[in-house]
Design a protein around this ligand. Structure first.
Ligand code: FVH
Length: 293
């Protein structure tokens, strides 16, 4: 009896920190031959015991396979790790967090060395890697051909979302989503600060807060529609005039509760500026134009 065994694409992975190790385990579990390298070699030992080949140098690891994934601390560690390697004919996938400008420079750098380049922004934390129901994914930008050729392999640890040929777009999407996340965390921090000195259990506020944030989140679709149409009064449910009128109440409550308004005040200041410019019939979309310099 003959069996058709589908060969899995071999992968080289540079970087075995928390994220690199999680990525490595999913490829091993899915049966991909895996060559790994890490600056501190001891971190490769557990993976070698699980079936990975531990290379003695980054150059040896890069030489082993056409598909080379790097997941290192930052762009300068990518430079350090790849400095002495031969990238000609390689498909370089860089999952290291960086700026759009760093991604574009790295794409040009890789092209000059004869490699195709795909940049990735990971929207997941290590425990979400390889767990489909956790919903983690990676933004990819750069060579579409590279992604299409290796999509099956790259989809093993997390979903793949392609956002364009411009190598900087994955990082830009990554930073955009994380910036919104920090805005949300800032709002939650202010909310918890308001109740901090009261006889209110933070664990009773938390589910109310989480549900409210989820209920409000779809408002970003209206913002996007308004930005696209250029009509910021389209579908407005809470006018800027009304919201600015309510702002002093938020600030005086903060003062009464002994809470610094430093997270909230800058946003209210922008809302007041937009109102002064005549945006009273809009909701909050006009603030975006004040931010763009
Ligand atoms: N972990 C997370 O929650 C986030 C989730 C979203 C995406 N990030 C980004 O993923 C990149 C790697 O993150 P990580 O969690 O694996 O980071 P560490 O555990 O700190 O490991 C860092 C690895 O980088 C190596 N390294 C550092 N500097 C150099 C260098 N100059 N030359 C070569 N390698 C270097 C380090 O090696 P070693 O310290 O073990 O020798 C680790 O392998 C990152 O961009 C996150 O923003 C993760």
């Amino acid at each position: 009896m003959t069996q058709n065994v589908v060969e899995k694409t071999p992968v080289t992975l540079l970087g075995l920190g928390a994220m690199g190790t999680a990525l490595a385990r999913t490829w091993l579990a899915a049966g991909h031959p895996l060559t790994v390298w890490n600056r501190t070699p001891a971190r490769a030992a557990p993976l070698a015991a699980e079936g990975a080949k531990a290379a003695d140098s980054a150059a040896e690891a890069v030489a082993a396979n056409a598909l080379v994934v790097v997941c290192l601390l930052d762009d300068s560690s990518v430079q350090d790790a790849l400095a002495g390697t031969d990238l000609a004919g390689r498909d370089l996938v860089n999952l290291t967090t960086g700026t759009p400008a760093q991604a574009r420079d790295r794409a040009a750098w890789a092209r000059e060395r004869g490699a195709r380049y795909l940049d990735g922004g990971i929207m997941a934390v290590p425990p979400m890697i390889g767990v489909e129901e956790a919903g983690g994914y990676v933004f990819y930008s750069g060579s579409r051909e590279l992604l299409e050729e290796h999509r099956e392999t790259l989809a093993v640890p997390a979903g793949t979302v392609y956002v364009g040929q411009d190598a900087g777009f994955a990082a830009l999407h990554d930073v955009a989503l994380l910036s919104a996340m920090y805005g949300m965390f800032a709002g939650a921090a202010h909310a918890f600060a308001l109740i901090r000195k009261e006889d209110i259990d933070p664990t009773s506020l938390a589910p109310l807060l989480a549900d409210w944030l989820v209920a409000m989140a779809p408002a970003v679709h209206r913002t996007a529609d308004q930005l696209r149409s250029g009509d910021y009064t389209q579908g407005v449910v809470s006018s800027l005039t009304m919201q600015v009128a309510g702002a002093p109440g938020f600030l005086s409550t903060a003062e009464q509760q002994g809470v610094s308004p430093e997270l909230l005040s800058p946003y209210f200041a922008l809302m007041r500026r937009r109102l002064a410019e005549g945006g009273g019939e809009e909701d909050l979309t006009g603030v975006i134009d004040l931010l763009v310099r």
